[in-house]
Write a new protein. Structure first.
Lengths: 659, 196, 155, 286
């Protein structure tokens, strides 16, 4: 714009269809705006974000009618970028722009039209005052590291890793457990097609293990994360396996020779045992055993050491210690999955009191041919159940535990009903609140189960008891529930009850969330950037989420998200470099008194004290634009682009001047 | 236009229900949760007397929401509730079902809809008189009065038990009283006055 | 003392990552709350200069709300702690200036806590209505100066 | 130490031996247990069925009396009274407006309640404060091997505790087994006894009682131990009739947990009011 003369501000008020115009009297606001100092033009339009809407702005700029822009519309997080772009298209610097949020903060939350209009006016006034002080800025270009990190080796993480690797990117896949595979590796069949989980998962796991572009860091956890989009620095703790990975060829002799074979297997949910030296399951990737230090006699009294004696390659290393590896990556996909609900929290279901009340995960292991019972569905005494109850919504849709619907339970409960019926011929009773089969081919599966003669009782299981009321109930578990469609209370004696437990956020979700600077939604799952339009992005650029860590999900949805998140990470990486918001701090050296207040405040070490010149030195490359130092600087030497003291003060004046 | 005779009582027409009944119940402290109900039936399932109710608790709550005021207030369900709180502490929707039952009992009485010679409301009113007179309740007196007002023959049936209790000194015939029952009554009056 | 038609004006300074998003979510969830609030967005609650708060009061705000991420959730590691430290000093200062406790408030509101945001606004507006206009004992609101001086407008 | 307890109306009638045995047991353990003077009926569930505000006031008056006498913990043996009295504080939180108006009106008639009184069941006092160990010192081993079903009733832990304990409290079991008795795994221990139904809609009430007795009887117990006067009465008073009605012998001694303790401590049966039971337990096995 010309050096001399006033700013010429254009104010554009959006109707957003009826979203804004219904409450806010737009013409009134426009008239008000045009009366404000320096406002050259005030216009209104149905949808400012539409092409014609943007065109209005661009034209006014090209015609030289305005040189700064204010748009009053939805939240800036929605369309600030859009209108900055329009401003740029019109030939002005994109940062001579100010956004006023009169939808989320006004029309959608204010009942009274007049009050809404007044509030909109004062926000517009503030934006006008602030844009008058806006300065042209250049965006900073930063290179993007072309490595990617995937956290979590479940099906979502596996998919993400493969997509990235197949595109030629180097991927680090970090998994907490000794092997990748996640929960899916425990499952038997998958709904609705009933193909076996292992058959479709293990090939993927092998691909991952063999892929030249994927480095699997199993039995490892992320310690901490620093840096920013395109340039993350991640420290990973590689927990000691007490196995020399370079020497071990996974022959499994150590496992065979380990004399202590009675440790409850985590992978089998404690239904079976494993040795102290073990692989969680035969198809483990990487194919490396782990020594369970806690239970190993050698670590207790130096005796035994059988594994070491027999290992043909001398790969056992009792001296091994945790290692820290440092990774530099441009993008991160978080796929840390879920934790199954602890069924013992519902006392009336008797989980823990009744041996034949089991959880869905336990059932998956039992039904799995490679599982503790070799795929036989049996009770604790080894006999085959004649009647089996399946309780839906255990720990979900319940304000005492989790109020959300866990989305997958209905379908896997139907799958269980089929497996039980198929393998034992038992009568199966499904107790449900609402049958939710929304998914391709899911409803058909429900109908198939009804045709198979599964009993469906619409009513939540109220209680599972072993106290009989009639002779037929003697020696059985009894499920008590109201059959709400009939309107009577029923008591149904069964031999076994399967509790369809909810998916919960991982126990350490909060720590993970904080390490990566993510937010979480009310239910504790990681928060996506937008529930519809950006389900796998997060509010932190360069950090993406996939699978059940974002919310309960079945396998197809987790796979889709894994691939989607990977694609987003890929497009970020492949852009090679990216523009950062130019909201960094800047220093006016003459004003700096050298008090050093700011130096200690900066979390990114962007500020250092220059001993010769007795002033601070600011490294803008390291600055992330929080503005903490600016607020603290007593002499006003430090300011923040886009958020200078004067600009903010001007905005304050604005909102107050027009109450 | 009236419903054809053969449909009388088989179809519920909108003009037969009380649309604002739900709001009325929800406005009572304890009733606020009813709109959260999932109709899962947990309340009925854990209730030890549900099998004897004319409507299960779950069904009753839905009838409240649907505005079936007469049916609800005349039902015996609320009077059978022993107040054991099994439903309330189990409700996935966090509804204070027991409090809802109390609320419905009060509404039934206020609307004179409670079943007349049904022993439970009778017990309630006798209990109140009892407390109003002495500030305490006297079990023996209560039992006798309730029997007299509902089914005097029961007194004969109960006689042996009564004797047993007398002999074991577990029946206090006269009953005791607080120092100043009148003062207590005045306080109670002023309390419900303040609420109006 | 609070007269019927008195409506307090509250200036809210929020961080971009948590509280501003909560306010947006309150909007998308159509949660109603009084129109007394004026939100000014900064990147981090740690950017909020005490000068902003005092100026707001000086120019006629009846209350000031500062919103940031919960401790440990700061997008910039610990800007919110710095905001908290600053806030404590600010409280003392405000007290000396005769600004009642209810008028200055700091709240941790995460991106998903739209209902908390609404509740805080409702509560604060309610309290300020009861409290009534700023008492004459306090420095009278100076008239808001004319818009930005021309020389500030440069390219 | 000196405890104040809220007798509730039953202690003068059906629950007389509950009060007697409690006082005796506390004394044996070196504690005094004194009744709250001029207490009034808590209102039971009946009053809530007539007038919410009055019901709350009725309960609050007792708390106010206790507070005036500086009682911090009001020992409440009747679990029904316990729930009703607890409801005052519960409603303070859930419905402050309602509770404030009730309390402020009471204040005008000289009954102030600031909310400082905690309601505690004697079983909690004995288990948490006195402790099983100091009870062991007092134990005489008289009941070693005594087979007992611990029945808490519905209101002992409902609705005012954490969900884990709503249905399966264990303090009585831990206490008795700690004293060498044989406690059985009685899954019905918090099912409702039918309350006042036994006296109104008999069929329903007695059915509830039958299930409870049947459950215990099948476990072959010497006695059922209870924590509430109404439960004790319901379980004990109708056994003959129920056995006939359901054509199954469900007769089994029903005592207060305090009477069981008293026997173990060797307190004379008369002080425990054992003679008031309709069917005192045979201590043959003990």
């Amino acid at each position: 714009m010309e050096r001399n003369g006033h700013p010429k501000i254009g104010v554009y008020v959006c109707h957003c269809g009826v979203n804004i115009a219904d409450k806010v009297n737009v013409p009134d606001v426009v008239e008000f705006a045009s009366s404000l100092p320096y406002v050259a033009i005030a216009r209104e339009y149905q949808f400012m974000c539409s092409d014609p809407g943007q065109e209005i702005i661009e034209q006014d700029l090209r015609d030289g009618l305005v040189d700064r822009v204010v748009v009053a519309a939805c939240s800036p997080l929605m369309h600030e970028g859009t209108f900055r772009h329009a401003t740029e298209e019109g030939g002005a610097n994109p940062f001579l722009y100010q956004h006023a949020n009169i939808r989320e903060h006004v029309s959608w939350v204010t009942a009274d039209g007049e009050l809404a209009t007044d509030k909109a006016k004062s926000l517009v006034a503030a934006a006008v005052r602030r844009v008058a002080l806006a300065e042209p800025l250049e965006r900073k270009q930063v290179p993007i590291d072309d490595h990617a990190l995937v956290v979590g080796g479940g099906i979502a993480g596996i998919e993400a890793a493969l997509v990235l690797a197949n595109a030629g990117r180097k991927v680090y896949l970090v998994e907490r457990e000794p092997s990748i595979g996640g929960h899916m590796a425990m499952f038997d069949k998958t709904f609705p097609t009933l193909d076996c989980a292992a058959c479709i998962l293990t090939p993927k796991m092998v691909q991952v293990g063999q892929h030249p572009n994927i480095e699997v860091l199993a039995y490892s956890e992320v310690e901490d994360v620093s840096g920013y989009v395109g340039n993350f620095e991640v420290r990973v703790r590689r927990k000691a396996r007490y196995i020399n990975e370079d020497l071990c060829n996974g022959c499994g002799l150590c496992i065979e020779k380990c004399p202590w074979k009675n440790i409850p297997s985590e992978f089998d949910q404690g239904l079976g045992n494993r040795p102290v030296v073990y692989m969680p399951f035969p198809q483990a990737v990487p194919r490396l055993p782990v020594i369970d230090r806690e239970h190993c006699v050698y670590f207790q009294n130096g005796k035994c050491g059988a594994c070491k004696k027999f290992c043909p390659r001398d790969a056992i290393d009792f001296e091994q210690e945790d290692k820290i590896v440092e990774l530099k990556v441009g993008a991160v996909v978080i796929a840390t999955g879920f934790k199954p609900f602890d069924a013992s929290r519902i006392p009336l279901y008797g989980y823990g009191r009744f041996p034949n009340v089991i959880t869905s995960v336990e059932f998956e292991r039992m039904a799995n041919a490679a599982g503790p019972t070799g795929g036989k569905i049996v009770m604790k005494d080894g006999s085959v159940p004649k009647r089996v109850g399946i309780a839906h919504c255990v720990g979900s849709r319940n304000q005492n535990y989790n109020s959300y619907c866990s989305t997958v339970c209905c379908m896997y409960s139907l799958k269980f009903a089929h497996l039980v019926h198929e393998r034992t011929g038992a009568e199966v009773y499904n107790f449900y609140i609402d049958m939710r089969t929304a998914g391709k081919g899911y409803e058909d599966f429900y109908h198939r189960l009804m045709a198979e003669g599964t009993h469906f009782v619409r009513g939540r299981v109220a209680e599972i008891t072993d106290v009989p009321q009639v002779p037929e109930e003697d020696g059985h578990l009894v499920i008590q529930a109201e059959d709400t469609l009939i309107g009577v209370v029923r008591r149904i004696p069964v031999d076994m009850v399967i509790l369809s437990i909810a998916m919960e956020p991982q126990a350490d979700a909060t720590e993970v969330r904080r390490k990566f600077g993510m937010s979480c939604s009310g239910d504790g799952f990681f928060l996506e950037k937008h529930p519809k339009l950006a389900p796998t992005a997060t509010l932190t650029d360069g950090i993406f989420i996939a699978g059940a860590c974002q919310g309960p999900k079945d396998i197809p949805a987790s796979v889709a998200q894994g691939q989607g998140a990977a694609a987003q990470a890929l497009s970020l990486i492949d852009s090679g470099s990216m523009e950062l918001e130019p909201n960094t701090a800047f220093l006016t050296e003459e004003l700096c008194s050298g008090c050093r207040t700011c130096v200690g405040l900066c979390p990114y070490n962007a500020l250092a004290f220059d001993e010769e010149r007795k002033v601070v030195a600011l490294n803008e490359a390291l600055c992330k634009g929080c503005g903490v130092c600016v607020a603290a600087c007593p002499s006003g030497a430090l300011q923040q682009h886009l958020y200078t003291d004067e600009q903010i003060l001007e905005e304050i004046r604005g909102v107050l001047a027009y109450g | 236009m009236k419903a054809p005779p053969f449909l009388q009582g088989r179809i519920t027409y909108e003009n037969q229900i009380t649309p604002d009944f739900a709001a009325e119940v929800a406005a009572i402290p304890g009733g606020e949760g009813i709109f959260e109900c999932l109709q899962c039936g947990t309340c009925s399932g854990v209730c030890s007397v549900a099998p004897y109710m004319d409507y299960t608790p779950r069904r009753l709550i839905n009838m409240v929401r649907a505005g079936f005021k007469d049916e609800v207030l005349h039902s015996r369900t609320v009077w059978l509730c022993t107040g054991c709180y099994a439903c309330a502490v189990n409700c996935p929707a966090g509804i204070h079902i027991t409090d809802v039952m109390y609320a419905l009992k009060r509404l039934a009485i206020r609307n004179g809809a409670h079943p007349r010679r049904y022993p439970i409301p009778v017990l309630v009113s006798e209990f109140i008189n009892n407390v109003r007179q002495t500030g305490r309740s006297n079990e023996a007196k209560l039992v006798v009065r309730v029997a007299l007002r509902t089914n005097p023959l029961r007194l004969l049936k109960a006689a042996p038990l009564g004797l047993k209790m007398l002999r074991s000194g577990r029946m206090h015939v006269r009953g005791t009283r607080i120092e100043d029952p009148q003062r207590l009554n005045r306080m109670l009056e002023s309390v419900s006055e303040a609420r109006k | 003392m609070a007269n019927e038609d008195y409506e307090p004006t509250i200036v809210a300074f929020t961080c971009t990552w948590c509280t501003y998003l909560a306010a947006d979510l309150a909007g998308t969830s159509r949660m109603g709350y009084p129109a007394n609030l004026r939100i000014i967005r900064a990147m981090c609650s740690g950017r909020i200069d005490p000068q902003f708060v005092l100026s707001a009061f000086q120019w006629g705000a009846d209350g000031v709300l500062i919103g940031g991420c919960h401790p440990g959730d700061c997008h910039y590691q610990e800007g919110n702690y710095k905001a908290l430290r600053r806030f404590k000093l600010l409280k003392k200062l405000a007290a000396e200036l005769g600004i009642e406790d209810e008028r200055l408030r700091l709240e941790w509101i995460s991106a998903s806590e739209a209902d908390k945001f609404r509740d805080v606004v409702n509560d604060m507006v309610e309290k300020l209505r009861r409290l009534g206009p700023r008492s004459q004992a306090q420095p009278l609101p100076e008239a808001v100066p004319a818009p930005a001086p021309e020389e500030a407008v440069h390219a | 130490m000196k405890y104040t307890y809220y007798p509730g109306c039953s202690m003068e009638g059906t629950g007389r031996n509950y009060g007697e045995s409690l006082v005796a047991v506390f004394k044996a353990l070196g504690h005094d247990l004194e009744p709250l003077a001029d207490f009034n009926c808590c209102g039971f569930i009946a009053y809530m069925s007539i007038d919410q505000a009055q019901a709350l006031a009725l309960a609050a008056r007792n708390l106010s009396l206790a507070e005036q006498r500086g009682v911090a913990e009001l020992v409440t043996p009747c679990t029904a009274c316990q729930v009703v009295l607890n409801r005052v504080d519960d409603f303070r939180v859930r419905y402050p407006q309602l509770m404030d108006s009730v309390l402020s009106t009471m204040r005008e008639s000289g009954l102030d309640y600031r909310g400082t009184v905690k309601i505690k069941h004697p079983l909690e006092v004995l288990f948490d404060d006195v402790g099983v160990d100091s009870m062991k010192e007092r134990a005489k081993g008289k009941l070693s091997g005594f087979r007992v079903a611990c029945y808490y009733g519905c209101l002992y832990n409902r609705p005012h505790t954490i969900s884990e304990e709503h249905f399966f409290p264990t303090k009585m079991e831990e206490m008795f087994s700690g004293l060498g008795m044989e406690v059985v795994d009685y899954h019905l221990k918090t099912k409702c006894c039918g309350g006042s139904l036994t006296n109104t809609v008999e069929a329903v009430g007695l059915d509830s009682v039958f299930k409870l007795l049947q459950g215990a009887k099948r476990l072959g117990v010497d006695a059922i131990a209870t924590t509430c006067p109404l439960c004790q009465f319901n379980l004990e008073a109708y056994q003959g009739r129920i056995s006939a009605m359901f054509d199954e012998d469900v007769r089994v001694p029903v005592m207060y947990f305090s009477e069981v303790l008293g026997l173990e401590f060797g307190i004379p049966e008369k002080e425990l009011g054992l003679q008031r039971l309709f069917a005192p337990p045979s201590l043959a096995r003990a």
